[in-house]
Design a protein around this ligand. Sequence first.
Ligand code: CA
Length: 226
Amino acid sequence: MRVLIVEDELRMASLIRRGLTGEGLAADVASCGEDALWMAPAHDYDAVVLDVMLPDLDGFEVCRRLRAAGVWAPVLMLTARDSVDDRVAGLDSGADDYLVKPFAFAELLARLRALARRGDTGRAAVLAVGDLRLDPATRDVSRGSAAISLSAKEFALLETFMRRPGEVLSRLHLLEHAWDFAYDNRSNVVDVYVRRLRRKIDEPFGRESLETVRGAGYRLRRDEAQ
Ligand code: CA
């Protein structure tokens, strides 16, 4: 899951970013509204955290323009005051939810998870492909009755595969959803992590669910339980 954080206060932005990456999510920071307007359409973000108070455009305007530009990633708006006017303006501009500053990080994370689920209609809270299960909220992963322990990045990569079972995902798609800007164009990192995932989710179980599709990328087979 990759999140765009739009916040000009560096301290707040880096707190949120560190919190999210600590949970295994990928996160980029836009420090003004104009940056958000080019960054958001450039990547397929799973959610946007958008502060209302920005130095150039306010969050409401940014949200309106993102929607007008066809960016439909769920938007969680951060407001400084709990005023009805702000909430209404936020929802009118196309935001999906709002959070009043100061907030507990756990609540931000819970709301982002809920929004990302909602962003994809019919998305189940717990992802399941065959007997492989992954719970984004508790971070539990299992194959049948066996619990599997994954690092934060292995988890992020598996989550990306499990959100698109049966589809061939390019290394670029996997990079964009499981990593952030720091890793752009370093696609060998994907191959390394796919091998590590195979050693944990496939080999101990005699499975070959993570397929290499030559010249295209990787695919998590839908029928891997058969
Ligand atoms: Ca701000």
